[in-house]
Design a protein around this ligand. Structure first.
Ligand code: PLP
Length: 362
């Protein structure tokens, strides 16, 4: 595996910031960004400076929504920073970390950057990209400090159910490890969202944010749930990182949480509509095979030919002004990731262009 500290950047994030934008963008994995105007907010609601260890009204709002003790909540800049802070607090350089594959590269790269000795457990296409708790149980050692997964899974959108998570929790407990579950996509199940896995035992640490389901990436409202002692360690460690939060952002996050039902209703309707479009498209393509979850914001089709999707993605971008995410960013080059949370008209035309590009590469 890659040597400690060999990783100092994220190839996916760089691609997302420089190459993803297109006239027909099917590469996004979250609801399109809301604008400040979408939140009913006035300047008088905002303030610049607070300091301290997290803004109490924000911790209270998250505590109420997720039924979590406020002492178990650490806030930070998006799931991304929550992941960084959580992993930094949970491992030392050289510690063994068991990480899902395929994985969301920036989170994996963060673990490598922090010096993790990363081992992998597989989520197989033929097994519906399910997490295999027995495999995790076989792979852990007395040296394993952390087991990491995303739920829903990025890039496939597959849900891991509570009984599987409970089994993984038992494995972790047996060797004295923790389970870090990135739940940023879980909320895209909306009214069917299961409770956070934080409730499954003290070995669980959860990260999430308002980014994916609610189009609120710009708020950078992320959080960690961890047992209170660990949460305190994370707050103290953050004194070496971000130190304090952007207070106007904390205030806006409280306001957004107060309006979250309305935002969710709009988001769910859009994703349901777009998922139907994607499913109809996939029904017409015998050159693709896809695990198709009934929820979430992404799917991860595979070229039946087994070829890399790189040529398809390039053609799609250069000739058809349409982007999907190349599977190589998720360690599965024959796949590509398509999102269903964008604008519906854009999705319709983008899928039609994807079809033309697929016809052309065969
Ligand atoms: C699994 C996963 N975690 C975290 C993020 C980033 O989320 P945030 O905007 O909350 O930092 C993403 C975004 O693509 C993601 O897919």
């Amino acid at each position: 595996m890659t040597a400690a500290r060999a990783v100092r950047s994220s190839s996916y994030m760089h691609w997302a910031k420089t190459q993803q934008a297109a006239r027909f963008n099917l590469a996004t994995s979250g609801l399109g960004n809301l604008s400040l105007r979408d939140l009913r907010v006035s300047l008088d609601d905002l303030e610049l400076t607070f300091g301290g260890y997290g803004y109490e009204p924000l911790k209270q709002a998250l505590a109420a929504r997720y039924r979590v003790d406020p002492h178990s909540i650490v806030t930070g800049a998006g799931t991304s920073f929550a992941n960084h802070l959580a992993i930094a607090a949970l491992i030392k350089p050289g510690d063994e970390v068991l990480f899902e594959e395929p994985a969301y590269e920036p989170m994996l790269s963060t673990a490598l950057y922090l010096g993790a000795d990363v081992k992998r457990f597989q989520r197989q296409f033929d097994d519906g990209f399910r997490v295999n708790a027995e495999e995790i149980d076989r792979l852990v050692t007395q040296q394993t400090r952390l087991i990491v997964l995303t739920n829903l899974h990025n890039p496939t959108g597959v849900l891991t159910d509570e009984s599987t998570l409970t089994q993984i929790g038992k494995t972790a407990e047996r060797v004295g490890a923790r389970v870090l579950v990135n739940e940023v996509y879980l909320e895209t199940l909306f009214e069917e969202t299961p409770r956070t896995s934080f409730h499954l035992g003290k070995q669980f640490v959860v990260t999430s944010s308002l980014t994916k389901a609610f189009g609120l990436s710009g708020l950078r409202c992320g959080w960690i749930f961890a047992e209170p002692e660990l949460a305190k360690e994370m707050w103290l460690l953050n004194d070496l990182f971000g130190v304090t939060q952007v207070h106007a952002g904390e205030r806006l996050s409280v306001i957004a949480l107060g309006q979250i039902q309305e935002i969710a209703a709009h988001a769910k309707a859009l994703m349901d509509r777009n998922r139907k479009l994607l499913n109809s498209f996939l029904d017409t393509r015998d050159d693709l095979e896809t695990v198709r979850p009934p929820f979430g914001t992404v799917m991860f089709p595979r070229l039946r030919s087994g070829e890399s999707s790189e040529r398809l993605c390039r053609l799609l971008r250069e000739k058809y002004e349409t982007t999907v995410v190349p599977g190589s960013f998720f360690e599965r080059p024959a796949h590509f990731r398509v999102g269903v949370a964008g604008n519906t008209d854009e999705m319709e035309t983008g899928l039609e262009r994807l079809g033309r590009a697929l016809d052309e590469v065969h």
